[in-house]
Design a protein around this ligand. Structure first.
Ligand code: PLP
Length: 454
């Protein structure tokens, strides 16, 4: 029989996360404060605990995963690496398609891989409460779950429009004990200011970030958590690729190309960085390896953005970071892959792209759902709309192999299941989804507002 699922044991859960910064030829540029100087650790310590700040700034190649965290990972990790044999047959491709499935976590996505260590390091540093923001609800659910596991109360500022449209994600957070507020609220100054200007404000991720950061900054016992973009979040996600490498070793194969969806970039980093480590180490199997980040054409940060310093949020509250950006006040069209609607990208991913060590590609919305349905029919799993982006690109690659006859080994990161996104699938079936044009004018406008540096 062809092996369909590559089995690992609990002991195969990685003991260390891989920090790609150790293999960077040029050290990453530091985040800058409003005065144009690098943000000091003391400034960051107002909202993040020391152990996570140390990881954020570390250049050490391997960082130990605490036993308490591995113990919780063990509930769903190692996650499966599966061969998409029925999909290959449906496509008639000579390529071998493998997917790493992260939907097996209790929250249904890869995000608990970082939520659990973030809650753990906050707990041991003496933090008493966590705040965060959430858009579509995936991160809010993951940190609610992790906070519950370590006995830390969690406050989630959920963008008002999602709060109303995604009631079940809110219920999940509440089930795990989190307090969930529709942002803007009247409990923070940022929220009150927004409501004074417009009592019907529907909220935005940038505003919700401002509320969560304001709460954390005002209380020495409260810390802020973020579900993507930052170095320590990408670090935690490398368990995905480290496991995948072991799984490929077990069956004597190595991928030619790795695909994953890319919003802030944490799951893409998670699957790709451990393979890029082989490349950096001169491993011959990795010489021609390609890693491709896949994003929506309507929010084309990596493929059409500028590599420049910009704010992480809409209101200009965060430090500025060197990254690919569409401009911090760019409002992407309302596509259904909420996790990919971010104007920026992780500085580490951005630098790798700038130095041509990874590639980026964009795909249009309707084609992503088409790929998701094809994947679901062949493999059974209904992927999250975000995950459908990576699957679209993997299917396209497999179809190119059909023409060229190349039996490539393709790896795709299926970052989560779509069980809470079925209303988006409904819209696809009803023919109500749109392919938004590349919003050239809005992006050009927004890029004029990049902060001036130097
Ligand atoms: C949040 C999310 C993403 C995008 O975030 P990254 O940080 O780029 O990984 C992708 N897929 C799923 C299922 C998500 O929840």
């Amino acid at each position: 029989m062809t092996p369909l699922r590559v089995q690992l044991e609990q002991d195969d859960i990685p003991t260390h996360w891989y920090n790609i910064v150790a293999d960077f030829k040029n050290p990453p540029l530091p985040p800058l404060g409003p005065d144009g100087n690098p943000v000091s650790p003391e400034q960051m310590a107002a909202i993040f605990p020391m152990p996570l700040l140390e990881q954020e700034m570390s250049a050490q190649r391997w960082i130990e995963i605490p036993d308490e965290v591995r113990q919780i990972y063990a509930q769903w990790r190692p996650s499966p690496l599966c061969r998409a044999l029925r999909l290959e047959q449906a496509l008639g491709t000579p390529a071998k398609i493998f997917y790493k499935y992260e939907g097996v976590s209790p929250a249904g996505s890869h995000k608990p891989n970082s939520a659990v260590p973030q809650a753990y390091f906050n707990k041991i540093a003496g933090t008493k409460k966590l705040t965060t923001e959430t858009g579509a609800g995936q991160w809010g659910c993951s940190i609610a779950l992790a906070g519950q596991m370590f006995g830390l109360p969690v406050r989630v500022f959920m963008v008002k429009v999602s709060y109303e449209q995604k009631p079940f994600r809110r219920s999940m957070m509440q089930t795990w004990g989190a307090e969930v507020f529709a942002s803007p609220t009247n409990i923070t100054q940022a929220g009150r200011d927004a409501l004074a200007k417009d009592p019907n404000n529907q909220g935005s991720l940038g505003l919700a970030i401002s509320e969560a950061v304001e709460e954390a900054a005002a209380d020495p016992n409260t810390c802020y958590t973020l579900g993507s973009v930052l170095n320590h979040v990408l670090l935690h996600q490398t368990v995905i690729g480290l496991e995948a490498k072991k799984q490929f070793e077990k069956i004597g194969l190595y991928p030619d190309v790795v695909f994953g969806p890319c919003g802030g970039g944490s799951s893409f980093a998670g699957i790709a960085f451990p393979f890029l480590a082989d490349k950096a180490a001169g491993d011959k199997r990795a010489t021609n390896l390609r890693c491709v980040a896949v994003e929506p054409t309507s929010c084309p940060t990596l493929t059409k953005g500028h590599y420049a310093y910009d704010y992480g949020d809409v209101s200009g509250y965060t430090p500025i970071m060197k990254m690919y950006t569409l401009g911090h006040d760019f409002m992407p069209p309302g596509i259904h892959a909420g996790g990919l609607r971010y104007h920026g990208a992780s500085p580490l991913i951005s630098q790798l792209l700038h130095e041509k060590l990874i590639e980026a590609q964009s795909v249009a919305q309707i084609g992503t759902f088409e790929a998701g349905v094809q994947f679901a029919c062949a493999e059974g799993i209904i992927p999250a709309p975000e995950s459908c982006h990576g699957i679209r690109a993997a299917i396209d690659e497999a179809l190119r192999c059909k023409i060229s006859g190349e039996p490539k080994v393709i790896l795709v990161n299926v970052t989560g299941h779509g069980h809470f996104d079925m209303s988006s699938y409904d819209k696809y079936f009803a023919g109500k989804l749109e392919d938004y044009d590349y919003p050239a004018e809005a992006i050009a406008n927004s890029l004029q507002h990049l902060p001036k540096v130097g």
